[in-house]
Design a protein around this ligand. Structure first.
Ligand SMILES: C[S@@+](CC[C@H](N)C(=O)[O-])C[C@H]1O[C@@H](n2cnc3c(N)ncnc32)[C@H](O)[C@@H]1O
Length: 301
């Protein structure tokens, strides 16, 4: 899968610096958002607060294989998810929380599958619709607006359901798991990368989650450890594999940010956060593959 990355980090201008600071100060001091919509509207419509300079992706990326810039790191993460989900064997995929549509196009080009997307952000869905319309794989990709906890698809519609760095936003992640179970075919898999509190560092993890909630909206109901998340999925009947990969994702992103961000205060903050995460992460990035068995045991009363 070839990267369509831009290589250099954007240079700061006084206007960009001000816009960037305004975004963060407003997130910390303004009212708590009741959803992630406002945050993603800013990131989508304002190039000054975007992380991926191309505006294609909104994830922290996979830095474990030496990616040199955000766009390539994001694509490396999506390629890993594609392998975990075995998208080359899939006829139908659903991506929940597709951002600005970059992941839909990336997976569309990497497979022959028909791909539906669901996103609650109106602004991002509009951008994704235009992106898809102009892509070679666009006639197989269908971005729609909707909510992860009420998927508008019939039961057993998909071979794989994907959610990259999105489920911590959902109200709630657990109700999304129920929906994923319903729309997956027997043998289908839910593959996600997600953010969870670390199990051993409760005080700082709570503080970290609070800050996180201020920036991007993360309901308290989703503040459960990777092992608790495993139990939620197993109780539904999924066979679960977990892989905690915080260093290659969150730490790698902040390490890049410590020199890659144009905004000087953001560089300093990223350096501090990268050191904290390298030593003892308060929250973790977990890769999840939850497979729906081919034969589902009947649930007697
Ligand atoms: C961190 S971004 C990840 C975007 C994309 N997966 C990527 O890797 O570029 C999280 C996404 O989840 C979406 N989202 C948040 N809450 C949602 C919900 N309840 N239902 C569907 N999408 C939601 C946001 O609008 C945003 O697009």
């Amino acid at each position: 899968m070839q990267s369509h990355a831009a290589s250099a980090a954007p240079q700061p201008s006084p206007r960009k610096t001000l816009r960037f600071r305004h975004f963060f100060v407003r997130a910390m001091l303004g009212p708590r958002h009741s959803s992630s919509d406002e945050c993603y509207a800013s990131m989508t419509n304002d190039p000054d607060v975007r992380i991926d300079p191309k505006g294609l992706y909104t994830n922290m990326g996979w830095w474990g294989d030496g990616a040199g810039d955000v766009t390539s790191a994001c694509e490396a993460l999506l390629a890993r998810v594609a392998r975990w989900a075995r998208i080359d064997e899939a006829e139908t995929l659903l991506d929940v929380g597709f951002g600005t549509g970059g992941p839909l196009v990336f997976w569309g080009r990497a497979s022959g599958a028909r791909i539906w997307g669901v996103n609650r952000s109106q602004d991002q869905t509009a951008v994704a619709t235009t992106l898809v319309r102009n892509d070679v794989a666009g006639d197989r990709i269908f971005p729609t607006r909707g909510d992860a906890s009420a998927l508008a698809f019939p039961a057993e519609s998909f071979d794989a359901v994907l959610a990259v760095e999105a489920a911590f936003h959902f109200a709630t992640r657990e109700s999304f798991f129920q929906e994923a179970w319903r729309v997956l075919r027997p043998g289908g898999r839910l593959v996600m990368t997600d953010i969870v509190p670390s199990s051993e560092y409760r005080g700082l993890a709570r503080l970290c989650w609070w800050i996180f909630d201020r920036f991007v909206h993360a309901p308290a109901a989703n503040r459960v450890t990777a092992e608790a998340l495993r139990i939620q999925l197993e109780e539904l009947g999924f066979k679960v594999e977990l892989d905690v990969r915080t260093q290659e994702t969150i730490t790698g992103f902040f390490r890049w940010g410590s020199h890659g961000f144009g905004e000087p205060l953001a560089r300093i903050a990223c350096g501090v956060i990268a050191r904290l995460f390298a030593a003892r992460p308060p929250v973790e990035c977990v890769f999840v593959r939850a497979t729906k068995p081919r034969t589902v045991p009947s649930r007697g009363v």
